[in-house]
Design a protein around this ligand. Structure first.
Ligand SMILES: C[S@@+](CC[C@H](N)C(=O)[O-])C[C@H]1O[C@@H](n2cnc3c(N)ncnc32)[C@H](O)[C@@H]1O
Length: 314
């Protein structure tokens, strides 16, 4: 069943429920009025000039008072039911509107993603280095891939993503499936091929913290490669050397250009970010065109860098 047909069935069921309820209420009221009538007949008094006339019948004042009292109760009950029915209808409408807007949002995001697939920008995670990681590091990388994908899906201007050197039977693939719900349906390209065989050399920019070049802008015609690596014991220059061996263009995030070292007790300063943090910087820059804003969004305070004038005691 399509989403639309499903919605229509839900809508029909709901309206049928409301209808049924209203019939039941009418039946309730009928039986209630039946009782009332019976009560009236039983209590019917002899017609008398001194007694008040009610519905064409002469009644004692006591009976009349009781009848009016019952009528008030019935009216109050009816109005309460009506209010309740309206409240439920409004709630149902609100729910379906939310469902609608969620569906519309999902469709817009999918369209934006597919647009990035054709027009760029493109970001590729090179998993050829995943054999350099421990089991724990592989798990952390899989979680970072999930976070990066989630952030890209929500981005105002998303990238088209590639995961390369990812055979289906590799530990990193298994971990990605285990850690990330719906991984197999992610809207991105996954392949066991290398990025190197996939894209023309002149379009490739390998992002590595050890590059001498600072990234100046994001070009939708280029493919930006991230090293799929979590290195708790730092494997210095691993991706930089790899990129140089292949004669590729490299770039680092312009942290030194736009940020300053923040004094901290451990005197710790690191420009090495996790892949999802690098992505947050790139996506914010692509949306805003501002490096300070982008770096603020992606570089965690713990890395020991802040924007000028934003020193804090850590
Ligand atoms: C945790 S880092 C791995 C660092 C590792 N020592 C290496 O040789 O790349 C994961 C990846 O994020 C990207 N990355 C991290 N910090 C970066 C920075 N400051 N500039 C550019 N890319 C960065 C690189 O692609 C890097 O391979």
């Amino acid at each position: 069943m399509t989403g639309c047909a499903e919605y229509e069935t839900e809508e029909r069921d709901f309206l049928a429920d409301v209808e049924l309820e209203s019939i039941r209420e009418d039946e309730d009221d009928d039986s209630f009025f039946g009782l009332l009538q019976q009560f009236q007949i039983e209590s019917e008094c002899n017609s008398s000039e001194s007694l008040p006339l009610y519905n064409g019948t002469w009644c004692s004042r006591n009976v009349l008072r009781k009848q009016r009292h019952w009528e008030k109760i019935v009216a109050a009950k009816k109005s309460k039911r009506k209010q309740e029915k309206e409240r439920r209808k409004a709630k149902h409408l609100e729910g379906t509107e939310q469902q609608h807007s969620k569906r519309v949002l999902k469709a817009i995001r999918t369209e934006q993603l597919l647009e990035a697939k054709h027009a760029g920008p493109r970001l590729c995670i090179d998993l050829s280095v995943s054999d350099r990681m421990t089991k724990k590091e592989i798990s952390r990388l899989a979680a970072q891939i999930g976070r990066l994908y989630g952030a890209n899906k929500k981005a105002a201007k998303p990238f088209w993503l590639y995961l390369t050197s990812l055979p289906a039977d590799s530990p990193i693939h298994e971990e990605c499936v285990r850690m990330n719900d719906g991984f197999s349906n992610y809207l991105m390209d996954t392949t066991q091929e290398s990025y190197f065989d996939l894209f023309p050399l002149e379009t490739i920019v390998y992002l590595t913290p050890d590059s001498v070049h600072a990234l100046e802008d994001i070009d939708p015609q280029k493919v930006y490669i991230l090293g799929g690596l979590v290195d708790e014991s730092i494997q210095k220059k691993l991706t930089f050397q790899k990129a140089c061996e292949h004669g590729l263009q490299t770039a680092r995030l312009p942290i030194q250009e736009y940020m300053v070292k923040n004094s901290n007790v451990k005197n710790f300063h690191s420009e090495i970010l996790a892949i999802n943090q690098v992505f947050d910087v790139l996506a914010t820059y692509y949306k805003t065109g501002s490096w300070p804003e982008a770096l603020k969004a992606g570089v965690p305070a713990g890395k020991g860098f802040v924007l000028p004038g934003q020193h804090s005691a850590t």
